[in-house]
Design a protein around this ligand. Structure first.
Ligand code: UD1
Length: 359
């Protein structure tokens, strides 16, 4: 079969990598298209190297813009590529603008579409990702879900059962594969950053970082906590562009650094005493690693991370964050059995399913 993978933004790369690898092993012909939604070396190129993905066959170079501009640019640049390549299936990943844009083009041209990481729902339509998830799942012919809550959500939305495949979490495939390498580089990283005990912070959601009234109290709460435990904060370009001056004055405990590569971030996540984030993927990675995670959002599309016991939704309740933070520092921790099918084999399951003829 001829498969075409579309990636565009940082969180896509670790999801596509194991699927590409598993499909190569099964002998499928493959094309990799990079939309260019993320383009900085630290947001894109270094992930291709670390995750051992071949360079893209096609680069659409769309860059940044409003949601409408970005989605439209991806659609108009992807259409001729799809017409020229004529794959048997297109695989899209996660919930970014590149995902929904490519999905629309496929559906209009009648090219079968597979969505990897289907079915997740935050039930919050103010999040751009929720709209991307809802639409992509409506359009997809094959929906690969990471956990059973995804299947329930899709059934509720009327998606035919035959299209849904519970395969497990492909991002955890990547984590399992690269954890030994991450552990190897940890001592060097620890020395470079002069770290002993530390916490790790990431923030990039528009709802957190775009407005002063939200971001500044958040930064203040983090600065206070960083007096008790140094907090390493690799800053997403969206956040650093907006808040360079404020981040510079946040106090010595908050260690503001450039975005990190995959192995470096994984190494820091595993050894961190706590992680504070608004990312979706990091909620899952900390669940697998058993690292206490505090999510600065009101909701999550990954409820399994909450029921598993590693993740706590904080919203903007700084007292709740302080209490949880202290409890995590004083409590014992250990890795529990991961959620079902988070076993490093999700991508193999996808490749096996795609080896069957498409209905
Ligand atoms: C996007 C995804 C989000 C995902 C995140 C991971 C959508 C709607 N959002 O958000 O779901 O969690 O990626 O990082 O698809 N920029 C750079 N260099 C880059 C990329 C972006 O400087 O390589 C800056 C630009 O100013 C850009 C801004 O970051 O306008 C936002 O980038 P964009 O791709 O629109 O959204 P993200 O916030 O990265």
């Amino acid at each position: 079969m001829k498969a075409l993978h579309v990636v565009g933004a940082r969180p896509n790369f670790m999801k596509a990598a194991p699927v590409y690898r598993a499909m190569a092993k099964s002998g499928h012909e493959q094309t990799l298209v990079h939309t260019g939604q993320h383009y900085d070396t630290l947001m894109s190129d270094i992930f291709f190297e670390a995750l051992e993905i071949p360079p893209p066959d096609e680069s659409l170079n769309v860059g940044s813009g409003s949601h409408a501009q970005q989605t439209a640019a991806i659609m108009s640049r992807f259409e001729p590529v799809l017409l020229a390549r004529r794959p048997d299936i297109v695989l899209v990943y996660g919930d970014v603008n590149s995902t929904v844009a490519a999905a629309l083009v496929c559906t209009k041209l009648g090219v079968p579409l597979g969505h990897v990481e289907a079915g997740l729902r935050s039930f919050d339509r103010t999040m751009p990702e929720e709209i991307n998830r809802l639409l992509t799942d409506q359009l997809a012919d094959m929906l690969f879900t990471p956990s059973s809550d995804g299947n329930e959500n899709l059934a509720r939305e009327g998606i035919a059962k035959e299209k849904i495949f519970l395969v497990g979490n492909v991002m955890i495939d990547t984590l399992i594969r690269f954890l030994p390498k991450a552990e190897e580089i940890f001592p060097k990283l620890q020395e470079e950053l002069s770290l002993d005990h530390y916490g790790l912070v990431t923030l990039h959601r528009p709802s957190n970082v775009d407005d002063e009234a939200t971001f500044l109290p958040m930064l203040k709460a983090l600065s206070e906590l960083s007096c008790e435990l140094p907090l390493v904060f690799p800053v997403h370009p969206r956040t650093s562009q907006r808040w360079a001056a404020e981040l510079g004055q946040a106090g010595p405990g908050l260690r503001v650094i450039d975005p990190l590569g995959y192995l470096e971030f994984l190494a820091l996540q595993q050894r961190a005493s706590v992680v504070i984030t608004d990312s979706g993927g990091i909620q899952e990675e900390t669940t697998y690693l058993g690292t206490p995670c505090f999510t600065l959002r009101e909701n999550t599309e990954r409820p399994i991370t909450i029921t598993h016991g590693t993740n706590l939704l904080i919203g903007r309740d700084w007292e709740k964050l302080r209490k949880g933070f202290h409890a995590a520092l004083n409590g014992s921790r250990g890795r529990k059995e991961p959620p079902p099918l988070w076993d490093g084999k999700a991508a193999e399951r996808i490749a096996a399913i795609l080896t069957q003829p498409i209905q």
